[in-house]
Write a protein that binds this ligand. Structure first.
Ligand SMILES: [Cu+2]
Length: 659
């Protein structure tokens, strides 16, 4: 079942942009004389309101509305950055982006669409296809961000690099047939192929990859019985505009094409207080670096946010497929490349899930026996970018845990298979899937019981045998305050059960301990590329699991504002250059996590979902287990009853006590 869509209005400084506001933004830009026939809107988003204004806002109060806008003049390749005031209908700031130093604005869909025609106009490309006996009309172009590798002839040019995939007929999946050994470089402004690197003659794998056709297809099994999730009294959450309340939780959702979904002002009701935990949480960058060093593929690294604005590719979700149960969908409204509003229906999914046992005990002495069930609120969206599909899932649990989980599925990127000494797995005869990583960076503007916080690194440590530890059994934990930005570039260490506790030194629990939430990393590898590589400079954020900065509203993106063809060093390395104090300040945590993917045969022809994420768990934040008020589940049998057991384990419980 699904409830009616929520109509969202501008009732809060953080309310998501409406279609009317996007239209107004376009009109303001047009009236200012900034639109020509070749101007395209790369990015239109709500300009983050001042934090002080957000915190001071009271319902019904005035809201300031500004739009961040990026334009690209396709005729010249010049990008323009604008701040548009939607209330007084003015352009507050406007400047041209210096692409050679700052990087290029992200790549448009429109720029991708014309690529195949450029290939068909390129003699060297046609020659490369001819030498392989490939009909060039059957080659699908996969244009990919170019990166920066110090090639003199590329400085200041707006480029992509293109790999070709053969598609025999409309149903054929081109990913099965990489035309490896050759790559075309494209100048998007000149609209031409500038270079073809044709280095290796590698056979094009022949076996097809549609999962519903030979040789992969199998009959659908008929023995799976339905699982139906019903909530006869409806969901527990309530939605008002972009604000969501569920049990003790309250937060707002935001969405833009760069970061996708964001969560704002996350708080947990404790007694009669709404206690703040996170001011703003988002996934602020991701990068997919590939390990293939060959002359035609060494450059493959995609920043799906900063280079591609992946939120444009958000899926419309289908009930019963993507989310199960009592669902609240939210449409999202984005701007198309002409600056007009475009609605993605059912883009964000909100629902509750049962999550097994929350806590349980059967006492051997007093006979108490209890089981209480955990549940979580899920807010999520999915997008498709090229061969991959990514899900972004935020979970809030009854016990105060916040979890983020990225889901990666779809089709792995392919190459020719070059043998066991290469940098790929063999997926099908002659077909390789290069090793790669999917690395994400969360930006967590923390607000643990207020806006001045500090970070402690907490490690498990072994205590040497000695006078105070004569039997050698002792172990303890070491707690190290990370006091400045450059002290706080840290790597996870699962061998030490390392966590980072975000502490409020001004607020104590009933035992006098500073209240805290702890970031629990998964501890998977950081960027595996050599520290001297181009990607290590451009994705410096990915070389550490933790960065902490003093809050600055201009510091939003781990790899910098303009990532496409940025030469490197942007984002976090710049943000921490001043080495500000982070001890008892308004701080932002940046957490890098992800997957290191050595593709398996089981990932072909379509990959079962893989996962990466992190948790934020209360650690001394509550005075005791905050879920003692969760009632025993309503059950129709004694299974879910609570009460006591006698010493023979027989149930004496009071079945009427559950409600
Ligand atoms: Cu992968």
């Amino acid at each position: 079942m699904t409830t009616t869509p929520v109509r969202h209005t501008v009732d809060h400084p953080l309310a998501r942009l409406t279609a009317d506001e996007i239209t107004a933004g376009r009109t303001i830009v047009d009236d200012a004389g900034l639109l020509t026939a070749s101007t395209r809107f790369v990015y239109v988003a709500l300009h983050a309101p001042d934090k002080a204004d957000v915190l001071a806002f009271t319902p019904g109060g005035p809201v300031d509305r500004k739009l961040d806008v990026l334009l690209l003049d396709r005729a010249t390749g010049v990008g323009t950055e604008l701040l548009v005031n939607a209330i007084d209908r003015s352009i507050e700031t406007s400047r041209s982006i210096q692409a050679h130093a700052e990087g290029q604005v992200p790549i448009l869909d429109e720029e991708f669409e014309d690529i195949e025609s450029y290939l068909l106009d390129s003699e060297p490309w046609l020659a490369a296809m001819s030498s392989r006996d490939i009909d060039p009309a059957k080659v699908r172009a996969v244009p990919l961000s170019a990166g920066v590798f110090g090639h003199e002839d590329e400085v200041g040019k707006r480029l992509v690099r293109v790999l070709g995939f053969y598609q025999d007929d409309e149903k054929d999946l081109p990913w099965a047939h990489p035309i490896d050994g050759v790559v075309a470089y494209i100048d998007l402004t000149e609209r031409t192929v500038t270079k073809v690197v044709d280095e290796l003659d590698l056979p094009v794998p022949a076996e097809r990859a549609e999962w519903d056709a030979a040789p992969h297809a199998v009959p659908a099994r008929t023995d799976l019985k339905p699982i139906e999730i019903t909530q006869p009294e409806g969901p527990t959450f309530t939605v008002s505009g972009d604000e969501i309340s569920w049990v003790n939780w309250k937060f707002r959702i935001g969405f833009d094409v760069r970061e996708g979904l964001s969560l704002h002002q996350i708080s947990f009701r404790d007694g009669n207080r709404d206690r703040s935990i996170v001011h703003r949480a988002s996934i602020a960058e991701m990068v997919v670096p590939y390990a293939d060093p060959s002359p035609v593929r060494y450059w493959q690294n995609y920043f799906d946010q900063g280079e591609y604005l992946f939120g444009r590719y958000t899926n419309s979700l289908e009930l019963g497929c993507d989310c199960l149960g009592e669902i609240q969908y939210f449409d999202v409204t984005i701007a198309d490349e002409k600056g007009n509003p475009k609605v993605v229906p059912n883009a964000i999914c909100l629902h509750e899930e049962d999550y097994g046992v929350l806590w349980k005990h059967t006492d051997m002495f007093n006979g108490m026996t209890e089981t209480r069930r955990q549940r979580r609120l899920v807010v999520s969206f999915f997008l498709t970018i090229g061969n991959y599909d990514y899900g972004f899932y935020w979970y809030l649990y009854l016990d105060g845990t916040i979890e983020f989980e990225a889901k990666a599925t779809g089709v792995v990127f392919t190459s020719a298979y070059r043998g066991p000494d290469g940098y790929s797995s063999e997926m099908a005869p002659g077909l390789g899937a290069p090793f790669h990583q999917h690395i994400f960076a969360a930006r967590l503007d923390m607000a643990v019981d207020g806006h001045t916080n500090a970070v402690d690194e907490v490690d498990a440590v072994r205590v040497p045998m000695g006078e105070d530890n004569p039997w050698g059994n002792a172990f303890t934990r070491s707690i190290t305050r990370l006091t400045s930005e450059q002290d706080a570039t840290r790597t996870a260490d699962q061998s030490k059960a390392r966590v980072w506790a975000i502490v409020n030194p001004s607020v104590q629990n009933r035992l006098g301990q500073d209240v805290a939430y702890a970031l629990h990393p998964e501890g998977q590898p950081v960027l595996l590329a050599d520290p001297g590589s181009s990607i290590a400079g451009r994705a410096a954020f990915a070389t550490k699991n933790l960065w902490v900065t003093q809050y600055d509203p201009e510091q939003r993106y781990p790899a910098g504002s303009f990532v496409n063809q940025h030469p490197g060093g942007g984002g976090l390395p710049e943000y921490i250059a001043g080495n500000r104090s982070i001890d008892n300040k308004d701080i932002v945590l940046w957490h890098t996590f992800g997957l290191t993917h050595f593709p398996r045969t089981e990932d072909w022809p379509v990959m079962p979902t893989d996962y990466a994420g992190f948790k934020l768990k209360p650690s001394g934040f509550f005075d005791r287990n905050p879920t003692l008020d969760i009632p025993a589940s309503t059950g129709t049998t004694d299974h879910c009853a609570h009460g006591t057991v006698n010493q023979h384990g027989e149930h004496n419980g009071n079945g009427s006590a559950h409600s």
